[in-house]
Design a protein around this ligand. Structure first.
Ligand SMILES: Cc1cc2nc3c(=O)[nH]c(=O)nc-3n(C[C@H](O)[C@H](O)[C@H](O)COP(=O)(O)O)c2cc1C
Length: 266
């Protein structure tokens, strides 16, 4: 099978998923890599070129044990045309529950053929100095594991003559998938005094919830609480200070302090 070229397809507001996907691609030793970043709001309308005779490495963060709905709708715009796909979820050291199973099925529906899967760990979007959760992950050890996983995928692909030869890929998860429970009408607070109007936050917001002309204004109904704005604000003007999120973060920093390790399925 051709594993000289690959498309890295991902949704990654705080960049941990992107890092893992890149680590895997490095291990596969792909010559030509093209990024299909589904994170910016433009991906909701963008026309994507079809995937032909190449490997797809598809990654998403885990939101409440499932996939972010914005990622699913954007991935559905792509046509897999039977291309082999490595599917990856990245979670904040709590649990990935049904996300990998959901990704396998969404990838299949979009015309991809999942051949390998992985669940990796990234710093939790709600991690702060006061409520640290998986800080700094993926770290060197995680990225080493991502590259080693890529090498295993290379071996597997070299030995496959036709994809029909490969059976359905097992990944853990429950069906029916766990019910989606998303909090609404919460968005990070902005401390106007600290804001320098650098306009990084509207640039990194995956749903265009932050007004591009006046970043003080956020449409709460569009915010998916990914914390891209919080983590990228150079002035520390954005904070997720809703009491429900703060309480969740406090619990996670206590209950999920034991380091989890990546899991892979080939
Ligand atoms: C709304 C939301 C829900 C989340 N749910 C989970 C979860 O169920 N389990 C978990 O371990 N981490 C969860 N996380 C943490 C993210 O999966 C984790 O931080 C991931 O590394 C973010 O990926 P990114 O850097 O590519 O955006 C959640 C984060 C957000 C914003």
């Amino acid at each position: 099978m051709n594993i000289n070229s690959a498309k890295l397809i991902y949704f990654s507001p705080t960049q941990t998923t992107r890092k893992i996907i890149e680590g895997i691609a490095q291990g596969v030793q792909i010559v030509t890599v093209e990024h299909v970043d589904l994170t910016p709001p433009d991906a909701r309308m963008q026309k994507f070129a079809g995937i032909h005779d190449e490997l797809a490495i598809i990654g998403s963060p885990v939101y409440s044990g499932r996939l972010p709905i914005d990622f699913i709708s954007r991935l559905r715009r792509l046509k897999g045309n039977g291309a082999p796909a490595v599917i990856v979820v990245v979670y904040g050291n709590r649990a990935y529950e049904d996300a990998l199973l959901e990704l396998r099925d969404v990838a299949l529906e979009a015309g991809f053929k999942p051949v390998a899967a992985g669940a990796f760990i990234g710093e939790h979007s709600y991690s702060t100095n006061y409520t640290p959760i998986a800080v700094g992950r993926p770290d060197v050890e995680d990225l080493g594991k991502a590259t080693a996983f890529g090498k295993m995928i290379r071996e597997k692909m070299i030995n496959i003559r036709t994809l029909e030869q490969t059976g359905s890929l097992y990944v853990p998860g429950n069906f029916p998938l766990k019910e989606l429970r998303m909090l609404s009408d919460i968005s990070p607070a902005m401390q106007e005094m600290l804001c320098t109007r650098c306009k990084i936050c509207p640039l990194v917001c995956p749903t265009a919830a932050i007004n591009a002309d006046d970043p003080i204004l956020t449409d709460k109904s569009l915010c998916i609480r990914c914390c891209a704005c919080v983590k990228s604000c150079p002035a520390g003007a954005k904070t997720m200070d809703d009491p429900r999120i703060k309480q969740a973060a406090e619990q996670l920093s206590v209950n999920c302090s034991h380091r989890k390790e990546p899991e892979t399925y080939l």
